[in-house]
Design a protein around this ligand. Structure first.
Ligand code: 13P
Length: 305
């Protein structure tokens, strides 16, 4: 069932669990991840990043693919533009049927972040497209930015930011960073920040840079109040390593079988993270609405004009 992140995350926030948000750059990853969600009867969020869209698979190619796969399962699946920074990319995603958009204006000062976020929300909300925004700034693991506490979300800004923007989900910076940490480094997640943010708002909150956090830390982050857990690098690495192992063991494997193995690997690692976030079985909380339940807007008759 193709849906949006607000539908999924409002339930997660109400019922205190997390939902995996994972990158799918091709058919095999999308099928593997959705199969994982289907088997565990869990909601799922598929991420597609701005760079992926500009360099590899455009929205007009990927959205119909994800949407078709999502409609083949009874579990809710949302597709979100991850870290939309440029207006052109955001509008491209919006026009091409993403159910959800992330506007990342976190590199700007609070006021400019609010202005840019509001602009995207004013476009998206009237069309039922859900919007995630970022407050504080989640940096890059390769630059060690997870330890830069000047980037962490200031809980005292949260209420104003959400009152002004009406974002449907808030990504916070609390000690993780995107990408691969140097060997031996595990981020120190500030669970206290998560707890305080959760206290001041009902809006679902997202943890970015989930890779390399360690399984126990992800569970603890969800317990503290995280509802959306973004994981990309660790999933890509797992799938890559499984492809490598398969090629080492069977170098002459035919391509179709290799792609099946790729899909299987995506399913395995997807299941692992779904179990960490605690969303298995939660698909039961969502019911597909009959088209007739939506009804029609009541309009005055206009004589057929
Ligand atoms: P990682 O690649 O570090 O898991 O980050 C994923 C992410 O947060 C995408 O927005």
């Amino acid at each position: 069932m193709y849906t949006d992140v607000k539908t999924i995350l409002d339930d997660a926030s109400r019922n205190n669990y997390g939902v995996l948000a994972a990158s799918a750059i091709n058919l095999e990853l999308a099928r593997g991840l959705i199969a994982a969600a289907d088997e565990l009867q869990s909601p799922l969020i598929i991420l597609m990043g701005q760079m992926q869209m500009t360099k590899h698979a455009r929205a007009d190619v990927m959205v119909p693919l994800i949407r078709t796969l999502a409609e083949e399962t009874n579990v809710p699946v949302a597709l979100i533009l991850d870290h939309g920074r440029d207006w052109e990319v955001i509008t491209h995603a919006y026009r091409n049927g993403f159910s959800s958009i992330m506007i990342d204006a976190s590199a700007y000062e609070l006021e400019e972040n609010i202005r840019r976020t509001k602009k995207v929300i004013e476009m998206c909300h009237p069309q039922g497209v859900a919007v995630e925004a970022e407050l504080g700034h989640v940096g890059q693991a390769a630059l060690g930015e997870q330890t830069d506490d000047s980037c962490y979300t200031r809980p005292e800004d949260v209420t104003e930011f959400l009152n002004q923007t009406r974002a449907d989900c808030l990504a916070i910076a609390c000690g993780t960073a995107h990408g691969q940490y140097p060997k031996g480094v595990t981020p120190e997640i500030r669970f206290d920040i998560i707890r305080v943010v959760k206290k001041v708002t009902d809006v679902p909150i997202a943890l970015h840079g989930g890779s390399g956090s360690g399984d126990e830390n992800i569970k603890k982050a969800v317990e503290a109040g995280i509802n959306k857990v973004n994981v990309c690098t660790e999933i890509f690495n797992y799938v890559r390593d499984e492809i490598r192992k398969t090629l080492e063991q069977t170098p002459e494997i035919d391509l179709l079988s290799l792609m099946s193995r790729t899909e299987q690997a995506a399913k395995e690692i997807g299941k692992h993270f779904i179990c960490l976030t605690g969303s298995q079985g939660k698909a039961a909380n969502f019911q597909r609405k009959s088209a007739f339940q939506y009804g029609f807007a009541q309009t005055e008759t206009d004589g057929g004009e």
